[in-house]
Design a protein around this ligand. Structure first.
Ligand SMILES: Nc1ncnc2c1ncn2[C@@H]1O[C@H](COP(=O)(O)OP(=O)(O)OP(=O)(O)O)[C@@H](O)[C@H]1O
Ligand SMILES: [Mg+2]
Length: 553
């Protein structure tokens, strides 16, 4: 009985142990279940991330066939999963053969290639897109390569902004090039002017020595004509180099366009229609009217040449405000209010190559003798010197549009624009005394001879110091100081300031190949300053001298 009892209690114990064991097993099963659930959950999360990531993923097996591809990539390329799965990935790449070779080499264990590549993928609709792909090999536990896992990023936007950046860099380079040529051209033109003065001056003297019937008379005339042509070339170069004296006025651009209408029609001929679209509320600008006329003329002539079989020439004016955003995109543009003038044609247009050289002096596509290639360089110089900007839009076969932006003037135009009267030419004999200061001997001698032959008494100095010395010594009146602007040691302006107290009756005429900054601030002469741009003809000199002396002081 005792033994039986023991057996019973043993059984109870064992039962309790069993119960405990069952409990433990249940617990462990529950944990297992939880772990499974967690695993499922994380798999689901992974799938979501894989599918919803903003970049593409795909996985290749050891043959380069796609075994997995995420939704982003399918959406970017426009395929369904069925269409991509088990296909070799290079079937979707424009550089098919190269891609195949690289991927197969990677799978074979070649480590000499980069991880990332730019490739062009083909979409289902036939369009292409640039893609940045990063390929990493996948290995099994034994280290064997079993495939490739890739990320796939659409870089269309990045490409676009890179292109925009390189475009503005290109613009900057072109702008710097044109600026540099401008400086060079301006400098050369200045030296040229002194030479031309001498050539023209002595030719005029020679001309006076031969009778009109003499064959030598005609020959000298040829020299003069050639010098005249050279003068007009240097003038254009000076304009390009922004070394011109401007006479800006506050005016309404529409007035200029309207005034030129008749002349432009004659210029472009009957086959070309001239249309104007002028903003009636146009703001005023402060520009030199003669120069702006030159700009319109040059653009109109180019447009005419671009439409040999006729077409339309349109001149448009409009108020525009260029904002910060716009200014950031273009070199050298300040934000603010501008008056825009567009001169457009529907002619032959031009390719990118021509456009990139457009404003360079002597760039022309016209046959020899037809164009000098200075038209647009002149336009460029004038617009820049007036504080403006110029852009060109052109398409081969469609036409061209030049847009000029001139800053809005602070004041508004008071009166209607009137063309400036050309300098009156009178060659009345003189009897006054003139102090002539010029450092170039050939030029000085010539001017002296001209003035003397007109009856003037000429005192001659080759620099400022000498001129001041003459002022001290000369007891009679000196009616006029004719001085070069740019001279070594003392500028013309400085000389005039020091000399006029000694001879208060003395008037001043400046002459120069280009205006010095001391008298021309921002390209504008101080009001009342008399100025003669070299090279000038004798007639112009005589006329100007007489005009100044006859002016009541
Ligand atoms: N409206 C336009 N349409 C097509 N091409 C143009 C136009 N304007 C200018 N071009 C091109 O730009 C070049 C340079 O023009 P630019 O006015 O500077 O010189 P040009 O007309 O050749 O000679 P120039 O004006 O000195 O007589 C032209 O030769 C032409 O190829
Ligand atoms: Mg031209």
């Amino acid at each position: 009985m005792k033994g039986l009892y023991k057996k019973k209690s043993q059984l109870i114990e064992e039962l309790a142990a069993l119960r405990q064991r069952v409990k433990e097993l249940e617990e462990s099963a529950r944990k297992h279940q939880q772990a499974e659930e967690a695993l499922e959950e994380s798999k689901e999360k992974y799938r979501q991330i894989y599918d919803e990531a903003p970049i593409g993923f795909h996985e290749l097996n050891s043959e380069g066939n796609i075994v997995q591809v995420n939704r982003a990539e399918l959406e970017i390329l426009g395929y369904t999963a069925e269409e991509m799965l088990s296909q070799p990935v290079w079937k979707f790449v424009v550089e098919e053969e190269l891609t195949r070779k690289i991927l197969m080499a990677k799978i074979a264990g070649d480590v000499s290639f980069h991880e990332t590549f730019e490739r062009t993928y083909r979409r289902k609709d036939g369009t292409t897109l640039p893609v940045l792909v990063k390929d990493r090999v996948i290995r099994d536990k034994g280290g064997q390569i079993i495939g490739i896992r890739s990320t796939f990023e659409d870089i269309t936007e990045r490409r676009k902004s890179e292109e925009a950046l390189s475009k503005s860099e290109e613009q900057l380079r072109q702008w710097q090039k044109v600026e540099a040529i401008g400086k060079l051209a301006g400098g050369v033109a200045h030296d040229f002017n002194n030479l031309l003065m001498t050539i023209k001056g002595y030719s005029e003297i020679l001309l006076g020595k031969f009778d009109p019937g003499d064959p030598r008379h005609e020959e000298v005339e040829e020299i003069l004509m050639a010098a005249e042509r050279a003068t007009s070339l240097t003038r254009q170069l000076l304009a390009f180099g922004r070394r011109q004296v401007l006479h800006p006025q506050v005016l309404d651009l529409n007035g200029i366009v309207t005034n030129m209408n008749k002349m432009l029609r004659r210029l472009i001929g009957e086959d070309i229609q001239l249309l104007t679209a002028l903003d009636q509320e146009l703001w005023s600008v402060k520009v030199d009217p003669g120069q702006i006329e030159q700009v319109i003329m040059n653009l109109a002539v180019n447009a005419r040449d671009a439409m040999p079989r006729g077409g339309k020439l349109t001149i448009e004016t409009k108020n525009v405000v260029l904002d910060e955003n716009y200014a950031r995109q273009y070199v050298s543009v300040k934000p603010g209010p501008y008056v825009m003038m567009a001169v457009s044609d529907n002619g032959c247009g031009m390719d990118k190559e021509t456009q990139s050289h457009l404003f360079e002096p002597f760039f022309t596509t016209k046959e020899k003798g037809k164009g000098t290639g200075l038209g647009l360089s002149t336009v460029y110089g004038i617009v820049k010197q007036s504080g403006g900007n110029i852009w060109v839009y052109s398409e081969p076969g469609r036409g061209t549009s030049f847009k000029i932006y001139l800053p809005k003037a602070a004041e508004s135009a008071k009166e209607k624009y009137r063309p400036i009267e050309p300098t009156r030419i009178s060659a009345r004999q003189g009897a006054e005394t003139i102090l002539l200061v010029e450092d170039e001997k050939a030029v000085r001698t010539m001017i002296r001879k001209t003035l003397q032959s007109n009856g003037y008494t000429v005192l001659e100095a080759h620099h400022g110091q000498e001129a001041l010395h003459i002022c001290d010594q000369y007891s009679g009146p000196i009616h006029l100081l004719v001085t070069d602007v740019v001279m070594p040691r003392m500028s013309g302006k400085e000389l005039a300031e020091k000399a006029t107290p000694k001879h208060p009756e003395m008037k001043v005429l400046y002459m120069s190949g280009y205006p010095d900054n001391s008298i021309v601030q921002h390209g504008v002469l101080e009001p009342g300053t008399e100025f003669l741009q070299k090279p000038f003809t004798f007639k112009a000199l005589e006329g100007k001298v007489r005009e100044i002396l006859d002016k009541p002081s």
